[in-house]
Design a protein around this ligand. Sequence first.
Ligand SMILES: CCC(=O)SCCNC(=O)CCNC(=O)[C@H](O)C(C)(C)COP(=O)(O)OP(=O)(O)OC[C@H]1O[C@@H](n2cnc3c(N)ncnc32)[C@H](O)[C@@H]1OP(=O)(O)O
Length: 510
Amino acid sequence: MTLDGEALERLRKRALAGGAEKYHAANAAKGKLFARERVALLVDEGSFVEDGLYANALADGLPADGVVTGQATVDGRPVCLMANDSTVKAGSWGARTVEKIIRIIERAYTTGVPMIYLVDSAGARITDQVDLFPGRRGAGKIFWNQVRASGSIPQACALFGPSAAGGAYIPAFCDVVAMVEGNASMYLGSDRMVEMVTGEKTTLEAMGGAAVHTRESGVGHFLCKTEVEALDTIKRYLSYLPDNWTQAPPATTPAAAPSNVDLAGLVPASERQAFDMRRYARGLLDEGSFFEIQALWAKELTIGFGRLAGETVGVVANNSMFKGGVLFVDSADKATRFIQLCDAFNVPLLFLSDVPGFMVGTAVEKEGIIRHGAKMITAVAEATVPKICVVVRKAYGAGLYAMAGPGFEPDATIALPTAKIAVMGAEAAVNAVYANKIAAIADPEERAAFVAAKRTEYERDIDIARLASELVVDAVVEPHELRDELIRRLAAARGKERHFSKRRHGVTPV
Ligand SMILES: CCC(=O)SCCNC(=O)CCNC(=O)[C@H](O)C(C)(C)COP(=O)(O)OP(=O)(O)OC[C@H]1O[C@@H](n2cnc3c(N)ncnc32)[C@H](O)[C@@H]1OP(=O)(O)O
């Protein structure tokens, strides 16, 4: 049978319209856009080339089989994308849906361009499971492809609605997930299923909503107020990264650092006084370039991209405003993944250290602080991209190693004149070594004098001039010299040979 122009137009119109009007209206009532509107907002006008528009065109009520896929440009750069259409069977995956998604990821991977996932889906279409679930080109192949593409091409997800069961793994395999507050959710079992299996009464929002995943689980990276904000966030994310792992990140026109930030004044002399390292990073980087990732989760560690003289850098920074900047299991995980991301896409790493060390105590031992810390230290060791450790205020204990200290092949360890590097802070050290002697001194004044003397002795030992003279640090610079020092050092490190170890891969502590 051939298609005449009219019949083709009818098929096209039907496919482009999506599902039943009642589902469009329900989405609109929730402030949700139609999948095709999302695509139009994301890509450069007129650049979208769609595949598989007629998937399941002969079936009733399954336009495009519930997913839009194709290639386009975003800010002039090529991308591949998929967008679930939740007006068609709640965006669930039929056999053609799955095949379309697999094909577009394969295309992104083979052409070396970023893959963008606009997700709003009920997961596997339960009614069609034999066709879509178990086979060689079944839903599992989507994840296999995502894992293969990970670190080869950027993969970014904007999540607008549910992402149920298997569907929740698409975001999970992406580098980053932007979630729209109020509508986006990710969960392995729906609220109905949870009640059936465990008896727990919950809601999609309480169990897997945007607030939960961006503040508590860390599976989401950006909490966005609107769909447009989520799409803009994905665009901004991609602007820092190359199209694929073989390329350098795109540079922009260099901008100066903000003129109104006094870096020296930001860091209090007393270690007991907290300061916001995000302000420090903003003051150091090109004005307006700092793009924080996972800003709401594990806040004791800040991560994000920025630019120095127009070149992308990845920032890993301790923030004493939260939990004193101590590293916990979640902050170690947050750092690990970001370091791997930067290393995969040739983004130099800048560590801004003000770290008292890893958390101690029963609670964190039960949570596996040792293996989480070891995981972060593994990522730091394995990262061969240029990396510079700046000791802004302190680097104590294994925190020094986690922040790319001298033993971790940094391209430089730079200290500010007031910085301290030590196995632990003075107070803890004096207590660790002299606890018995201190307890034996009955007179309180004598005891205090003993402690003060030992403290002075200890601080003399870790004096930064001494550490510079022993070649522990490569440079000691004034705060106002730091930015230029970093720009010069990163430029010098850019062409370095990158190799870590002769092997297939390590056995990472996870
Ligand atoms: C790899 C393993 C897997 O992924 S197993 C997949 C498991 N998925 C689920 O348990 C999710 C089940 N669906 C839901 O919880 C809801 O539909 C969610 C996603 C919350 C959306 O709710 P809502 O927007 O109110 O839509 P709705 O329930 O009215 O459904 C609209 C139409 O879509 C259908 N639908 C929904 N989910 C599926 C599914 N997974 N498989 C097959 N069909 C599904 C509904 O039956 C409904 O269809 P119809 O338009 O009435 O014909």
